[in-house]
Design a protein around this ligand. Structure first.
Ligand SMILES: [Zn+2]
Length: 202
């Protein structure tokens, strides 16, 4: 069993990386609305509607700057990796591309930790091995007719080492017996004590 310590995956490091690679003012934190969190059932862009599946990750849409003002991450926002890893898979959906990063340094019960970044335009010069300072891509533009505003969807998962990663997509990920989706909030906020709980599958 492996634990993510502060030095390996600091609770604020993803926010700080977003801040640094996009030359933003000091970010005070994330802003979440109903429907953005892991397992939420409603749509945050249309609160009267339900999602087809409980949310498979977290949607990063807004942040607070150093004056406490709320801003959104616009299309073109550079996306850093949550920690070091290997680029292993990608696919396209109606809001952009999804990129899969394998974090082989974290193993549990024949499963490996992965991070997934969706609704992005992938950096076409991305090397196979990335660090937490790599630019994976940018938040994708969406068409004027899209009901969903641009944003970054982040999923974290334990995935069985025997599963072929290129068979995974958003239609089969939620109910896959070889995949344990995790709440990404445990990777981007919270205390080190809370981080120990991220290892437990639902
Ligand atoms: Zn999402």
């Amino acid at each position: 069993m492996s634990f993510l310590t502060n030095s390996q995956l600091d609770k604020d490091s993803f926010l700080r990386s977003l801040q640094d690679c996009n030359n933003l003012d000091t970010l005070q934190g994330w802003v979440f609305h109903d429907g953005m969190h892991f397992s939420d059932s409603c749509q945050w862009w249309n609160k009267t509607k339900k999602r087809l599946h409980p949310h498979e990750g977290v949607d990063l849409v807004y942040y607070l700057n150093n004056t406490g003002k709320q801003h959104f991450f616009p299309p073109g926002t550079l996306i850093p990796a949550i920690t070091d890893g290997i680029v292993v898979h990608d696919h396209q959906d109606f809001l952009g591309q999804t990129l899969y990063i394998q974090h082989e340094q974290f193993q549990q019960n024949s499963k490996t930790l992965y991070s997934l970044y969706a609704h992005i335009a992938i950096n076409d010069k991305l090397p196979e091995r990335v660090t937490k300072h790599s630019h994976l891509g940018v938040i994708a533009e969406v068409s004027d007719s899209s009901p969903v505003p641009p944003h970054l969807h982040l999923s974290m998962a334990w995935i069985d080492n025997l599963l072929k990663i290129n068979t995974i997509n958003w239609n089969n990920i939620a109910d896959h017996e070889s995949i344990c989706l995790l709440d990404p909030m445990n990777f981007i906020t919270g205390s080190p004590q809370r981080m120990q709980h991220f290892l437990v599958c639902k």
